[in-house]
Ligand binder design. Structure first.
Ligand SMILES: Cc1ncc(COP(=O)(O)O)c(C=O)c1O
Length: 432
């Protein structure tokens, strides 16, 4: 309970469909590096980073100073009707990093708006509102973004401006394709795509939108190479590929800078959000000029790429590069993944330890099968918090513990968090 009963005040004025974590929700009042402190003075190692968004960590001097420099100019906002130096610089960096040739960048405030913009562009370019999306996906909370979201728990309305046909995900633990090994799963997914095109679409289709690793879906990844195999079929029809990199971007997966690179293909459009602002509202879409320029009317975002967010974004990307955080994600992520596999893979309740770099998950099931166990997951989640570690939850059935710590996580912090997590899992399993 917070001293001024913040929880009661929260519940009195904020909607209940916006959930709070933990039986006894916490207010974070201070942060430094990878650690946060709550209103009761308890300290936590943060393995979730405000949902993969505090990508560099808390109170990073280089980012704070860049934002303060911009604030001191007095221009917090000007609108995109005027030239914004920070925005142009950031667009240059993002375009270069994107891997997309002759790229244009449009900035928004959230991942939802970024995907909305990608869908706007794709539907205009292709003169079609037919979209292919993937089961178990999450792309945001607007009507179009919800419309391509394949998770009922996150689909607050069935109203949909798009016509959507659904593909199988790369789910390994359950679902039709899970019965197959990696190579066969790619073949089956391609066959599925051909069948969906033949049976559920008519005429031109605008795009396929997919996450390289499904975030909200519980860090479910298709076999590497699936996007390239899909793209061969898409190219036969001129259908665009949109890679939603809101969770997988900026080196988080360790092995690559973008999730799409594991698939050996470059998408036509790429959306980004979360980590690039390290907490400042910053997101956007990148695409080839001919695609991104297809919007036939004025479309602008009042706050998208504003001077303060863009200053933060520039500082974040400089910090990432200067400290080679992608390499750190690979190195420290391996410590966590190997340690977790060694310590809990033997448990019947652990269906899978999965992920790449610093994007890792543990899926919990009832022993002897693949029936999800959200209750056990909840106990592990609370036990982590009691032990001083913040983690996330996810998965279609709420039975996945997710970790997306700042990419600056040190080896010592990884080992410290690992010990808390392993203890939380082992004690929760015994208590079942
Ligand atoms: C893959 C993905 N796309 C889009 C979104 C939506 O982003 P936002 O919450 O910033 O609108 C999210 C948010 O979790 C996401 O994980």
């Amino acid at each position: 309970m917070t001293s001024d009963d913040l929880l009661a005040r929260h519940r009195a004025v904020l909607p209940s469909w916006m959930p709070l974590y933990y039986d006894d929700p916490i207010e974070l009042v201070a942060g430094s590096g990878r650690r946060v402190t709550d209103a009761q003075g308890r300290s936590y190692l943060d393995f979730f980073g405000g949902v993969l968004t505090n990508m560099i960590g808390y109170d990073i001097p280089e980012i704070r100073e860049a934002v303060e420099r911009q604030l001191r100019t007095g221009v917090v906002h000007s609108s995109t009707l005027y030239l914004i130096r920070q925005q142009v610089e950031l667009a240059e960096k993002v375009a270069r990093l994107s891997g997309i040739p002759d790229a244009r960048v449009f900035f928004t405030n959230s991942g939802t708006e970024a995907n909305e913009a990608a869908l706007l562009v794709a539907t205009n370019f292709r003169r079609s509102h037919q979209i292919l999306a993937v089961r178990n996906s999450y792309h945001g909370r607007s009507y179009a973004a919800m419309g391509v979201t394949g998770n009922r728990n996150w689909t607050a309305s069935a109203l949909n401006p798009l016509q959507v046909a659904w593909l199988h995900s790369g789910e390994r633990v359950r679902g039709l394709l899970s019965r197959l090994d990696s190579a066969d799963r790619i073949d089956a997914a391609v066959e599925d795509l051909r069948e969906v095109l033949a049976t559920q679409t008519a005429g031109d289709v605008a795009c396929l939108i997919a996450e390289p690793i499904q975030g909200v879906g519980g860090f479910v990844a298709p076999p590497d190479g699936l996007f390239a195999a899909w793209k061969k079929v898409l190219d036969e029809h001129g259908i665009l590929l949109v890679s939603d990199e809101v969770q997988t971007g900026w080196g988080r997966t360790g092995e690559h800078f973008w999730g799409y690179q594991a698939h050996g293909v470059t998408p036509d459009l790429l959306t980004f959000a979360k980590g690039v602002g390290n907490g400042f509202a910053l997101a956007g879409v990148v695409g080839r000029a001919e695609v991104l320029e297809s919007v036939p009317a004025i479309s602008f975002s009042t706050f998208g790429g504003n001077p303060v967010s863009a200053a933060a974004g520039n500082a974040v990307l400089d910090y990432l590069r200067d400290h080679d955080l992608q390499a750190n994600a690979a190195r420290v992520g391996a410590i966590l993944a190997d340690g977790l596999r060694a310590a809990v893979s033997d448990l019947d309740q652990v269906a899978e330890v999965r992920g790449k770099g610093l994007m890792l998950a543990v899926e919990f099931v009832r022993p002897g099968g693949s029936e999800p166990d959200p209750a056990l997951t909840g106990r592990v989640f609370e036990a982590c918090r009691a032990g001083g570690l913040l983690v996330g939850k996810g998965g279609l059935y709420g039975n996945v513990v997710r970790m997306g710590p700042p990419l600056t996580l040190t080896e010592e912090e990884a080992r410290e968090g690992l010990a808390i997590l392993v203890d939380a899992i082992r004690t929760s399993v015994v208590a079942a």
